[in-house]
Design a protein around this ligand. Structure first.
Ligand code: ATP
Length: 359
């Protein structure tokens, strides 16, 4: 559906060149909700704006729905852009026009009758749950309602792709959830391909099927959301997940806890992560019995990622070190990821370290 081939984007000024995108390759499939996550300055906005050529790549090709946008004239591009809707962090509504006129705006010059425009606008307002606000002005609406108007307007030309540029970043958590539910709903009802950029893992984990993680103008990791959550590879991905799952806070507490600091040299504290039906707790009781070690859970957290449970436990193992190592090997052989946080008297908070450094 969307294909980026070797896309580079550099910004040139008198004394400086910024390489905002460094040879990005990306394939987004029809009907999926694809998330792009990264810190500020990673290149997310540049990337999403290269999809509809609001930013023209310095080099590389962009295809949407089989058409190479990068080869089109400005006139052809305007036509193709109609099939790519976009919403923004600050909604970009026209304040002097009411909701009806904002949503009707993209339908100008399409040869539609007044009645056809009216029907189309009201069916869009119904889709976003704002039929009763048709004659209100943007200043009379909440942030969430404004974003709903922007979504209705973006859908006016029946696009195949919706680009969402930090669409929930100006909203409170509850309103964010309701906008994400709406996006999921229209993705399913209209088979709309959605590309969403965000600096918050909480947002992409709610609705994205697949995600790409960006750092310094590059995609450093890409994959199915459950795989990424259960087995992140890049350091930056681990940081995002640590923050979304609140490990950073837990590590901070553990770091200060005198109980953890005073553990004996043989004790091991480990984070164990499991996905799907593997319940961590059942494994814990099993290894306690089979390997005759003591395993106590210091912290536990199970998140549902797209309906799949992804769990993490921080476990304190006591007993003979050799037995603890065998128990850990058994967990790993059973498909459970084990990361030792403390052993041999040394604390190693791998996820949290960089998090603290950057916060
Ligand atoms: N028009 C521009 N002129 C010069 N440099 C730019 C321009 N737009 C973006 N940049 C630079 O390109 C890099 C990537 O910016 P971009 O806005 O794409 O990142 P981002 O991940 O979306 O960050 P944010 O979430 O803060 O918007 C940054 O270093 C930024 O300063």
């Amino acid at each position: 559906m969307i294909l980026l081939q070797d896309v580079k984007k550099s910004y040139f000024s008198k004394n400086n060149t910024v390489h905002a995108l460094k040879k990005v390759n990306l394939h987004i499939r029809r009907g999926e909700i694809f998330g792009i996550i990264g810190y500020s300055g990673a290149g997310k906005s540049t990337l999403i704006r290269c999809i509809n050529l609001l930013e023209r790549p310095t080099s590389g090709k962009v295809f949407v729905n089989g058409i190479e946008l990068t080869s089109l004239s400005e006139k052809e591009l305007r036509k193709s852009r109609e099939k790519i809707g976009m919403i923004f962090q600050h909604f970009n509504l026209m304040n002097s026009r009411n909701v009806f006129k904002n949503v009707a705006y993209p339908l100008r010059g399409k040869g539609l009758s007044k009645d056809e425009i009216r029907d189309r606008v009201f069916s869009l307002l119904e889709l976003v749950g704002l039929k009763d606000k048709a004659y209100s002005y943007p200043s009379q609406l909440s942030g969430g309602q404004k974003q709903r108007v922007a979504i209705a307007r973006a859908l006016a030309n029946d696009p195949e792709v919706l680009l969402c540029d930090e669409a929930t970043s100006a909203l409170d958590p509850q309103t964010t959830q309701s906008i994400l539910r709406l996006l999921k709903d229209i993705n399913e009802k209209l088979n709309l391909t959605i590309v969403l950029i965000s600096h918050q893992m909480e947002v992409v984990k709610e609705i994205c099927n697949r995600i790409a993680v960006m750092e310094n103008g590059e995609i450093v990791e890409e994959g199915n959301i459950v795989d990424i959550f259960s087995n992140p590879k890049a350091n930056i991905t681990r940081e995002f997940i640590a923050s979304a799952m609140h490990y950073d806070k837990i590590y901070e507490i553990l770091d200060r806890d005198p109980f953890i600091r005073d553990l004996s040299k043989d004790d091991v504290v480990a984070k164990i992560s499991f996905v799907g039906q593997n319940t961590g707790q059942a494994f814990i009781s099993k290894i306690s019995i089979e390997y005759r070690i003591h395993a106590s859970i210091l912290f536990g957290n199970v998140e549902s990622i797209q309906g799949v449970p992804v769990g993490n436990l921080i476990v304190h193992f006591t007993g003979e070190n050799e037995k603890i190592q065998r128990a850990i090997k058994y967990l790993e052989d059973s498909g459970i990821k084990v990361e030792v946080i403390k052993s041999d008297g040394v604390i190693e908070f791998s996820d949290a370290k960089r998090n603290r450094a950057i916060s």
